[in-house]
Design a binder for this molecule. Structure first.
Ligand code: UDX
Length: 466
């Protein structure tokens, strides 16, 4: 099938590469000339596992990148809109880019088109797209609008796309739903997974996957409600972690206990310094706003957000508890991206923490395996020192702060780290270690929802002094 994808951001680029991988001819459009040139030169633009392989396989063959939206619209029967929908000042999603694309499709319509919302959009956007299409001269029988939300996570976006837990098609026309079914057939019937060149399946893959057909409005709500629910789960466990700290319980043990109830599940129960990224914060605000406009005051979502923001201030208090005065203290920060496996720093709790620590007068030296270049743009005036090597950050540090759950940070060479530091103190915002491991390696270790553990060496010294 000839498919156009408008927008080459995280969702658009991964969708374009993955649709080419399952056999379609894809034209991926972006109005940013430098991005299109870079993609055509063979660059990947984002740090995403398996994306370089897919682009190398299909670029220039089944996958082309262009700025020419008119040509892409004319030559495709299905057009996916994957442009940005940022939060506007009042919390609503700014849909002006979606509207621009709808206008462009209407003006260039030359045959029947299926317009698919892939960007996360508030409920009723499909009706607005229909209206804009007709206002711009597209006859009503020349197009259908479908909502096909994307659930991919950054870092595992390619495998999430090729081995989804479900595919949701929100269509009010049977023909449009059938076309989408055909597009996804290699994933829905499991035939893609059987190919010898298929990208390897993740452990928890569901093959063949479920295809859920709903109304367009239901599909729009499914996307917002999924992200809001996941964000709520994270804030819930963070709140439980705070209770654990107060009563001397261990949140990791509590997670094991509650997560083994299949109705609750173990996923998205990792406590930490809160969620970030381009989706949860934005979608939560947009869903709150849509609910309010519809006449329902969804205050639970305010509390989810409040707990999330409070986690950062609680973490700052922990750092203070570890170091007393913060002014002039040298802190080694491990992690800048909003989670491990990505170079994305949008709404990153790690970046927010650094801003708070800079305000306190700390000296920050930071390391991240992928997000350093992007983070340098966030601190253009030398406020933060960046280190090309992980262990160099620890030299003379008063403490190491773990702010992102990169795999590499979960297997540190602890003796080497301790040797480099001024004080063997680790404040872990992602609970990557067992407190006993840290203590046995001579660290005083602070984490989330567990008792603070003072290193044996320091305890002995204070016992002797007493
Ligand atoms: C999310 C949704 O998972 C995905 O379905 C949707 O399409 C886009 O938004 P993403 O933002 O890529 O994906 O990352 P995700 O893995 O969901 O993590 C989001 C944030 O929550 C990160 O900051 C992560 O560190 C945090 N998180 C996640 C926790 O703090 N605890 C957890 O248990 C899980």
């Amino acid at each position: 099938m000839n498919i156009a994808i408008i927008g080459s951001g995280y969702v658009g680029l991964v969708a374009a590469a993955a649709f080419a991988e399952i056999g379609h001819n894809v034209t991926c459009v972006d109005n940013d000339a430098s991005k299109v040139e870079a993609l055509n030169r063979g660059e990947t633009l984002i740090h995403e596992r398996f994306l370089p392989e897919l682009l190398a396989r299909h670029r220039g063959e089944r996958l082309v990148f262009t700025q020419n939206i008119q040509e892409a619209i004319r030559s495709s029967s299905v057009i996916f809109i994957a442009v940005g929908t940022p939060s506007s000042e009042n919390g609503e999603a700014d849909l002006s880019l979606v509207e621009n694309v709808a206008c462009a499709i209407a003006r260039n319509i030359n045959s029947h088109k299926i317009i698919v919302e892939k960007s996360t959009v508030p409920v009723c956007t499909s009706q607005w797209i229909c209206r804009v299409m007709m206002q711009n001269g597209a006859p009503g029988d020349m197009f259908d609008v479908v909502c096909n939300p994307e659930f991919l996570r950054e870092g595992t976006a390619v495998t999430d796309f090729l081995y989804p837990h479900r595919i949701v098609i929100g269509a009010d026309s049977t023909q449009a739903a059938d076309t989408l079914r055909k597009i996804y057939m290699p994933l829905a019937d499991g035939s893609y997974a059987k190919l010898s060149k298929a990208i390897p399946q993740p452990d928890n893959a569901i093959v063949p996957t479920r295809l859920i057909v709903t109304s367009a409005e239901s599909a729009e709500v499914i996307k917002h409600a999924s992200n809001a629910f996941l964000a709520m789960k994270i804030s819930f466990i963070n709140a439980v972690a705070n209770v654990c700290e107060n009563v001397g319980a261990d949140v990791e043990e509590v997670c094991r206990g509650i997560g083994s109830d299949a109705r609750i599940g173990t996923e998205f129960l990792k406590p930490g310094i809160g969620y970030g990224g381009s989706c949860f914060p934005k979608d939560l605000t947009a869903f709150r706003s849509v609910s309010c406009d519809s006449g329902y005051d969804f205050r639970l979502l305010d509390e989810v957000r409040r707990i999330n923001e409070d986690q950062r201030h609680r973490f700052l208090r922990k750092v203070r508890q570890a170091l007393w005065n913060l002014r002039g203290k040298r802190l080694a920060v491990l992690g800048l991206s909003y989670k491990g496996g990505t170079d994305d720093i949008r709404e990153s709790p790690a970046i927010a923490m650094i801003h708070l620590l800079l305000k306190e007068g700390c000296d920050i030296v930071a390391y991240d395996p992928a997000a350093m270049e992007r983070a340098k743009e966030e601190f253009p005036n030398g406020e933060v020192e960046f280190s090309a090597y992980l262990y160099d950050t620890a030299v003379n540090a008063d403490a190491v702060l773990i702010l992102t759950d990169w795999e590499e940070f979960a297997s540190l060479d602890l003796p080497r780290l301790r040797k480099a530091m001024k004080n063997p103190i680790i404040v872990d915002g992602r609970n990557l270690y067992r407190p006993e491991t840290m203590n046995n390696s001579g660290f005083t270790y602070y984490s989330i929802g567990r008792r603070q553990r003072v290193a044996r060496r320091l305890v002995q010294r204070s016992n002797t002094a007493a």
